[in-house]
Design a protein around this ligand. Structure first.
Ligand code: PRP
Length: 180
């Protein structure tokens, strides 16, 4: 375990079990559909790579990279597209793949942008969900790996200050790391 991680919330095995469950459910629901998995970079990279291996129906993949405008440590809610999709969404069954759904601002914005491109359907799959933090009304995950409390988590793609994305588990950081 990395020395800066205090406690592991989800081990590699826990995450594998979650991803297998989601993959099965998605494979069942998207039989005879036109599935396009859209990974929102960068946090979803590991989840996307593992989830797509558990999906047994044909699918395409694409990537989007967005960034929140920050004022100090709080997000203003405005989101900027850094890398847009390459694939035309017309007629596609879009499934967004996210590592965490928090305030909902990122996906609220993405949904409003992507819905103008006429996908056949639009759903959200998130590994972690913090429903109590939601500020965007009516934004929910269609597929959710686990509901988590409002504690800081890192690993398996999730970062703190762009680091700690590499451990294959999710844990919380020692207090001294983020109070330095
Ligand atoms: C994280 C996460 C989501 C977003 C969720 O991304 O990957 O995209 O925050 O928060 P929200 O629901 O409050 O909008 P972040 O901006 O940290 O970028 P990253 O994916 O590159 O880590």
């Amino acid at each position: 375990m990395l020395k800066d991680i205090e406690k592991v919330y989800y081990s590699e095995e826990d995450l594998h079990n979650i991803v297998v469950r989601l993959g099965k459910q998605i494979s069942e629901d998207y039989k005879d559909k036109n599935l396009l998995l859209v990974s929102v970079l960068k946090g979803s990279i590991m989840f996307m790579a593992d989830l797509m291996r558990q999906i047994t129906v044909p699918c395409e993949i694409d990537f989007m990279c967005v960034s929140s405008y920050q004022s100090g440590t709080t997000s203003s809610g405005a989101v900027r597209i850094i890398k847009d999709l390459d694939i035309n969404l017309e007629g596609k069954d879009v499934l967004i793949v996210e590592d965490i759904l928090d305030s909902g601002r990122t996906l609220g914005y993405l949904k409003s942008v992507l819905m103008t491109r006429n996908p056949r359907s639009f759903r959200i799959c998130t590994l972690l969900d913090k429903p109590e933090r939601r500020v965007v009304p009516d934004l929910f995950a269609d597929y959710s790996g686990a509901e988590v409390p409002d504690e800081f988590a890192a690993g398996y793609g999730l970062d703190y200050d762009e680091k700690y994305r590499n451990p294959p588990y999710i844990g919380n950081l020692k207090r001294e790391v983020y109070s330095e």
